[in-house]
Write a protein that binds this ligand. Structure first.
Ligand code: DGL
Length: 278
């Protein structure tokens, strides 16, 4: 194996900060891999934007990943995974692409006992019905009968970024969003957005302790570990390059909270016909 192949990083991108919850999982499943992360903080949120816009952003984000010579692309954003995974795969060619939806749907179908599965995500993810379709495919493969119930929870994103993980307002909003799913008697809930693991305790308390929560980042990170066939990069500690399109300092503050540990300084990249690191 030529050394430059072994040294190639895994590219991870998200609409902003939320993908740090996926990086946190990657630090556990592939601790010696180098990672190039891009958070599109200038254009976040993607979840409230049109399919066409998200697909264009996804193409530009993929271009940045490919410019860094990545050996794999992890689409850490559920919204991009739901509406633009095919665009990323087309541009990546032979480079493997891991999205959030397929591994999460597989685990949700495996975990459910009653077959009643809830899905929460951004407006764009819920509107796409990508999780419903992936769960239906998985259910057929696993020989199970599943019914799905979805709810968009857009306010969870700013609440997670604000750090309101146990604030009364967060509990009230969670009750409003999750009550219908509770009434549908789901036994498994897909956390179909990067930010939701930050609000795990509130979500679990509101939906009920017997409901299994499936974390999309954790499922995708397990799949990354299974697919890495090349030798690990020989770094003693994870080598991580963080790129953002706006507000690097703020990214760093919130990112460290999402990651639960200090992280390297975030660098600014600007789109000027091509991406330029400044
Ligand atoms: N990263 C997005 C997702 O996982 C949430 C934030 C956004 O709307 O851009 O769907």
């Amino acid at each position: 194996m030529p050394i430059e192949v072994a040294l190639k990083p895994i590219g991870v991108f998200d609409s902003g900060i939320g993908g740090m919850t996926v990086v946190k999982e990657l630090f556990t499943t592939v601790p010696h891999e180098a990672i190039v992360y891009f958070g599109d903080t200038a254009r976040v949120p993607y979840g409230a934007k049109s399919r066409e816009t998200v697909r264009r952003y996804a193409r530009e984000d993929t271009e940045l990943m490919l410019a860094h010579g990545v050996k794999m692309i992890v689409v850490a954003c559920n919204t991009v995974s739901a509406v633009a995974l095919d665009e990323v795969e087309r541009m990546a060619g032979s480079i493997p692409v891991i999205g959030m939806i397929a591994p999460t749907a597989k685990e949700a179908v495996r975990a459910t006992r009653s077959g009643r599965i809830g899905i929460i995500g951004t407006e764009a993810t819920v509107a796409s019905k990508a999780y419903e379709e992936a769960i239906a495919r998985e259910a057929a493969l696993q020989g199970k009968s599943c019914e799905t119930f979805a709810a968009a929870c857009p306010l969870f994103v700013p609440l997670a970024e604000e750090g309101w993980t146990n604030h009364p307002a967060t509990h009230l909003i969670a009750e409003e969003y999750l009550r219908p799913l509770r009434e549908h008697k789901i036994d498994t809930l897909v956390l179909g957005c990067t930010h939701y693991p930050v609000l795990l305790d509130v979500i679990q308390k509101t939906i009920g302790k017997d409901v299994t929560l499936v974390n999309s980042g954790a499922e995708a990170a397990k799949l990354v570990a299974q697919q890495i066939s090349e030798p690990h990069t020989p770094y003693p500690i994870p080598h991580t390059l963080i790129l953002v399109s706006d507000m690097p300092r703020k990214f760093q503050q919130i990112g460290e909270r999402f990651l639960g540990r200090p992280m390297p300084e975030a660098k600014l990249v600007t789109w000027r016909e091509s991406w330029v690191v400044t």
